[in-house]
Every structure is written in structure tokens, then in C-alpha cells.
Design a protein around this ligand. Structure first.
Ligand code: BG6
Length: 255
């Protein structure tokens, strides 16, 4: 039965890879919506994969969220790597500390024997604050490092669920609804066609930087995220998607 279950999951992964045009898909057992510890499985599976893929000199940008946090927590220690930097993909304040990109970057850097760069700025800024910050030497030193990421590791969220988690205003929520936002990743909101319909004003990684990176790893599970995963897969190149059976089955039903 164990072998049959594994074969079933690799078949699911293969079908999903075809349907989403994502080169590598890994499907872990369960559904994170139903059993929260499935998130740990996604994290550990992605963590092992990431550790093997890292090379000397890599700049790894990570987002926040429970799934990327699970990855950092369970990633095995790897020694012998040189000149590794782990950076938060964007400013993050407002989430539980354990799920903030800064915290996750620090934890992962320790596992890889690298150093982390912190970015202590809010996730959402006014135009004026943004302009002022861009002139700040602290930011001017860090931003180019973040934007030169060679590896990007990010979570995917349902658009409205993430907007609420970030305490979006009623106006923002209305805008996202009107523009039919389905997915959120690193502060960008996407519609079902993978078009950016809204981006939070903050400092950090842009889509062009993601496209330039060598390896993009997305981690997201739960049937409720199927629509969001499908939208993001159309927006930019994802090299590896680590998800769960719940999301995978729902995604294949949608196609
Ligand atoms: C956020 C990331 O912090 O976490 C997003 O910036 C992502 O890219 C979200 O959508 C997902 O969170 P979780 O907890 O569902 O993994």
C-alpha cells in the first residue's frame, strides 16, 4: 500500500507538471487545509531539495508565511558552502514574527552556514515613505543584494485571504475583488490569467528579478489554494512546486 500510494502521488505530480507547465512538481501526502501538519511535510520535502540545489555564492530570497517557515525549520544543515546569503524577498512587518521573512532568512542562513541580510521595513508603504526610504543608505545597500537573488523560495496565498491577513483596507479589498485577484505571492496579486492586478508598495524583489534568478521554488498546499497556484503558475517561471494531494487533486479537477 505504501508503494501504491507513492506511485499514485508521482502520477499526480506528473499530471500536474504537464497541466501547469512547471518542470518539477512534488506532491506530498494529505491536505494542509484539513491537517495542518501537512504543511511541515511540504516544508521538509522542499527543504531537502533546496539544500541540494544551493551553490557557492548563491543569494537566496525567501518570503514569509507558514509554509516557507516550515521549510527553514526542517531544512537539514549543510556545511562546506561558501559565500551564501539569505535575504527576505521584501519588507515584512505585521505577521507573527516566526512567519516573517527576516526570521526565516536568519534561520535558513544558519543552516547553510551563510549570512542573512535583514530588511526592517513595513510590508506596505505610502508613496512618500517609499521615495524617502529609497534614498536611505541602509536600503541602498540592501536592495541591490535582494534584487540579485539567484534562488527564490516563496509561498503562494489566496488573494483575499492574504489581503485580510495583511489588514488591507476596505478599498484595497474592493479593488482586488473588482480586478478578480486570485493569488498573492511576494506582495504581488494576480488574476486567473497570471496578470498582476495589484502590487503592494514596498521594497524588495520584483517579478523581473524572479525571472532572472536561476531557481524558483514555490511551496503551497491545501485544496483552498488550488486556484491561486494555477494563477501564479501562469505569471512567471516556477522551476519547482512542492504541494500536497489536496491542492493537486483540486487543481486537476479545474483543468
Ligand atoms: C507570505 C508570502 O508571507 O506568505 C506570500 O509573502 C505567500 O508570498 C504567503 O502568499 C503564504 O503564506 P502561507 O502561510 O499560506 O504559507
Amino acid at each position: 500500500p505504501v508503494a501504491a500510494a507513492l506511485a499514485g502521488r508521482s502520477d499526480l505530480a506528473w499530471r500536474l507538471s504537464q497541466a501547469l507547465a512547471v518542470a518539477n512538481v512534488i506532491v506530498v501526502e494529505g491536505d494542509s487545509d484539513v491537517e495542518p501538519w501537512v504543511t511541515e511535510r511540504i516544508g521538509s520535502s522542499a527543504g531537502e531539495l533546496l539544500i541540494d540545489a544551493i551553490r557557492d555564492g548563491d543569494v537566496i530570497a525567501v518570503t514569509g508565511g507558514t509554509t516557507v517557515a516550515a521549510l527553514a525549520k526542517s531544512a537539514p544543515v549543510r556545511s562546506g558552502l561558501r559565500d551564501i546569503q539569505v535575504v527576505p524577498a521584501r519588507g515584512t512587518v505585521g505577521e507573527t514574527v516566526a512567519y516573517q521573512a527576516n526570521t526565516i532568512a536568519a534561520e535558513l542562513a544558519e543552516k547553510l552556514g551563510g549570512r542573512s541580510v535583514m530588511l526592517h521595513i513595513p510590508d506596505s508603504l505610502s508613496q512618500k515613505a517609499l521615495e524617502q526610504l529609497l534614498e536611505d543608505p541602509y536600503i541602498q545597500q540592501r536592495l541591490p543584494v535582494i534584487r540579485s537573488a539567484t534562488v527564490v523560495v516563496h509561498g503562494i496565498g489566496d488573494a483575499l485571504a492574504m489581503a485580510r491577513r495583511r489588514h488591507a483596507s476596505d478599498a484595497e479589498l474592493a479593488l482586488l475583488t473588482e480586478r478578480a485577484a486570485k493569488a498573492e505571492a511576494f506582495g504581488h496579486y494576480f488574476n486567473a490569467y497570471g496578470e498582476v492586478v495589484y502590487a503592494m508598495q514596498t521594497i524588495g524583489l520584483r517579478l523581473t528579478d524572479v525571472d532572472r534568478s536561476r531557481l524558483v521554488v514555490a511551496v503551497a498546499g491545501g485544496a483552498s489554494k488550488a486556484q491561486a497556484i494555477a494563477a501564479v503558475a501562469q505569471a512567471y517561471r516556477i522551476d519547482v512546486l512542492v504541494t500536497d494531494e489536496g491542492a493537486a487533486r483540486r487543481l486537476l479537477q479545474m483543468k
